[in-house]
Design a binder for this molecule. Structure first.
Ligand SMILES: Nc1ncnc2c1ncn2[C@@H]1O[C@H](COP(=O)(O)OP(=O)(O)OP(=O)(O)O)[C@@H](O)[C@H]1O
Length: 567
């Protein structure tokens, strides 16, 4: 059933709080970051259309050794360096119509207060103690590893080194006194949470992965570094010789935005995170354990997505094999890029980025299929009055006894069934963040509608015959009704293009919500508010055909080195 405001959503459940990861500002954003942002953005827009009070937070993660080193290398002080890179993320998001409501930087005062408070709560409840950490540490991942997570490798000069088996990054043995979090005490509570909430981590394979990790070693977690090694971070309250671990600091951003420690409960209980699979452990083990320790509710859902790769390797700032999202969204348009990422990206598996694929997909689905349908059905040659045509139930009678009297054939009735069922199908896939399946379903229906028009060749119907004219109008009415459904459902994905489509159909702003997804009401004998209404004046092309990229120029740069070791 399609969820609508005022029908099946209790008032207290209307808040929805969606977050992206906050992005590490050690270098400029790439396609992978835009993908996380676009994923959260469509969820936010979709929830608003359904009538939820949606809040959408993104921002930048600005502390830690990597930033300290990157700022040093750039000859800048860390805050100026962070501000510059953070602005690049903000600029990208604004340019790509990422409609965030909150942008947080972990160097903000409000965040420092939240982190200090959170730390103090964990410490006062006895979950943080001072101890000696001895073990493997990856500076690149800002993460501690157990011996089973470490393997052997050689660096670019052939020297034997140890690496993280998961990320391929170099690790070092570290011994130092710092603060430890009693992570080991949370194994069974985390298992209970996941087993009792099978949709807490989606898709399912990542849910299983987390349960699997929970069967392995779960040692206490070091949550501070000696200040002498790391100055760029929030000092431990009451111990200025220690800096709070960057991941604890970063994760609390979700609470900071929600108003922690004073006014967070209203939003925090409606939290949904979108994260890349590289940071799943931090979000599905450490973060829930911290929250349990602080007696706070756990997130509703952690939506995990896989990676964009280049030549099979994860697109990554450190590897340098990045594709510039700003340049590509200028070349392929913002909606084009948004559509491609969500249509081609599969949360469960990695996807290789290729400019040629972008062009082929957008030309086929947006220019030819959807744009072609709109163009055909609104063409002045078929619709000289430029109004939403009338539906004639004698030409297209209800299925059953009456059907044989009209001019519609079985396939036409099948198409109506498919389009009528489409909102529920799309909603199911939007909810589970399998957007590619939703877009696949929309595309199938667009193809069926094109087939309907093609089958009945309205351009051959002579306007001299009154019955032909009624049938011609009916074909156009049904097609525009289909287009209205597609435009409404596509709003979260391609907001500008959907708006253009709906405006061309003469749909008013208040008729663009999920509640307006009533399809072809004339067929059910009800009044249709669109009939006879003037079409919108913008007769421009819905999506301009893109040129195929020059074969060499279109290829993203390959990863610099064969090993994944970062220097
Ligand atoms: N290749 C990618 N594909 C999809 N999402 C990505 C990709 N790279 C980064 N992201 C998104 O950005 C988040 C943060 O990534 P991060 O800032 O560490 O970028 P990165 O390029 O992997 O950086 P680094 O190379 O320094 O590790 C990820 O959890 C994910 O949500």
């Amino acid at each position: 059933m399609v969820r609508r405001l005022g029908t099946d959503i209790p008032t207290e459940d209307r808040n929805y709080y969606i977050t992206t990861p906050i992005f590490y500002v050690n270098a400029s954003p790439h396609i992978g970051h835009l993908y996380s942002a676009v994923t959260a953005d469509y969820l936010h827009r979709y929830k608003l259309l359904q009538g939820f009070n949606s809040r959408f937070a993104t921002g930048t993660d600005e502390h830690g050794l990597k930033i300290q080193q990157a700022a040093d290398a750039a000859g800048q002080d860390p805050l100026s360096f962070c501000t510059k890179v953070s602005e690049r993320f903000k600029h990208l998001f604004k340019s790509c119509h990422i409609s965030y409501t909150d942008y947080i930087r972990t160097t903000e005062e409000r965040h420092r207060c939240a982190v200090e408070h959170f730390w103090t709560v964990l410490q006062s409840k006895g979950f943080i103690y001072k101890g000696n950490y001895e073990g493997w540490y990856s500076t690149q991942d800002e993460s501690f590893l157990t011996p089973s997570q470490v393997g052997d490798a050689k660096d670019s000069s052939g020297k034997e080194i140890k690496i993280s088996l998961e990320s391929g990054h170099k690790v070092e043995w570290m011994i130092e006194e710092n603060y430890m979090f009693r992570l080991s005490e949370f194994r069974s509570r985390l298992q209970e949470w996941l087993e009792g909430n099978p949709r807490a981590v989606q898709p399912e394979r990542f849910h299983h992965a987390v349960l699997q990790w929970l069967q392995e070693d779960l040692p206490d977690l070091s949550v501070s570094r000696q200040r002498s090694r790391l100055q760029w971070g929030i000092p431990v309250p009451g111990d200025l010789d220690q800096t709070i671990y960057v991941w604890l600091d970063a994760l609390v951003n979700y609470l900071t935005v929600a108003g922690y420690p004073d006014t967070h409960s209203q939003w925090w209980r409606a939290a949904h995170h979108v994260v890349g699979k590289d940071i799943l452990k931090f979000h599905a083990i450490y973060w829930p354990a911290f929250l349990l320790a602080a007696d706070l509710p756990l997130p509703q859902t952690i939506h995990v997505h896989s990676h964009w790769t280049v030549g099979g390797k994860k697109m990554s700032k450190s590897l340098g094999n990045v594709v510039d999202p700003l340049e590509r969204s200028q070349r392929f348009t913002i909606d084009g890029m948004r559509y491609f990422l969500l249509r081609q990206g599969v949360p469960d598996t990695d996807c290789d980025y290729d400019d040629d694929k972008v062009v082929k997909l957008l030309n086929a689905e947006l220019t030819d299929s959807l744009g072609g349908l709109l163009n055909r059905c609104t063409a002045p040659s078929l619709n000289p009055a430029q109004v939403y045509p009338h539906f004639c139930s004698d030409s297209f009678p209800s299925q059953g006894t009456e059907a044989h009297k009209g001019r519609a054939v079985d396939e036409d009735y099948h198409m109506l069934d498919a389009v009528r069922a489409l909102p529920a199908v799309v909603e199911q896939h939007y909810e589970s963040v399998h957007v590619y399946k939703a877009l696949e379903a929309i595309n199938r229906c667009v193809r069926q509608t094109n087939g309907f028009v093609q089958r009945h060749t309205p351009w051959k119907l002579g306007s001299g015959d009154g019955r032909d004219q009624l049938w011609l109008d009916t074909i156009l009415h049904v097609s525009l009704e289909c287009l209205r459904m597609y435009g409404t459902l596509l709003q979260p994905i391609v907001p500008e293009m959907a708006d253009k489509l709906l405006s061309r159909l003469g749909v008013k702003p208040e008729e663009k919500s999920w509640a307006a997804l009533d399809f072809l009401v004339k067929y059910q004998g009800k009044d249709c508010p669109f009939e006879g209404r003037a079409l919108g004046p913008d007769t421009g092309v819905l999506f301009n055909r893109l040129e195929r990229p020059n074969a060499e120029k279109g290829k993203p740069k390959k990863a610099k080195k064969a090993t994944k070791v970062k220097s």
